[in-house]
Ligand binder design. Sequence first.
Ligand SMILES: C[S@@+](CC[C@H](N)C(=O)[O-])C[C@H]1O[C@@H](n2cnc3c(N)ncnc32)[C@H](O)[C@@H]1O
Length: 180
Amino acid sequence: MINKGYLTAKTNKESDEVYTPEYAVKPILEYIDKGNKKSYTIWCPFDKEDSNFVKLIREEGHKVICSHIDDGKNFFYYEPEEYYDYIISNPPFSIKDDIIKRLYELDKPYAVLMPLNVLQGQKRFKYLKDIEILVFDKRINYLKDINGKKEIQKGVSFASIYLCRNFLPKELIMKELNIY
Ligand SMILES: C[S@@+](CC[C@H](N)C(=O)[O-])C[C@H]1O[C@@H](n2cnc3c(N)ncnc32)[C@H](O)[C@@H]1O
């Protein structure tokens, strides 16, 4: 039998327990507003209240619904009851195939951080139809919780991109990452 335990439980992968620095959230904010509405509703499905996605998207004047597996809201089973416009977050990379499939099935515009190598892979390829990507000149160093304090982990070994669907105005956008 295929082990699908990770769909019901937390992955427990240490590499998944990382947090996104503000400088990596900022570049996606300008693409949220592309219609006539002043304020959109964004679902951040891998986020608690202290997430920089939640904080910075709210600061832009949008409404944020955040959910996290620790609060019993598993992305593979939970979806907000109220209407939302976009999904934006940084999901656990170790289960990226299943996340991309679920995003495809939810069929909502999305922008999620992913490692660059997400672009190739037989299992996920069919769910990557119609994607757009935002590529950076630099790598993103994520934050880790060290004794209750979020600290930057330098020297990350992979590049990150925003994988998007029905979100960016064109298929490929190259952007300089302003690290501060
Ligand atoms: C890469 S971290 C990013 C956290 C936050 N989104 C940020 O960017 O700072 C991914 C988070 O998703 C949580 N997670 C893992 N599996 C999940 C699931 N099935 N549903 C919801 N959250 C999950 C992990 O515990 C982890 O905190």
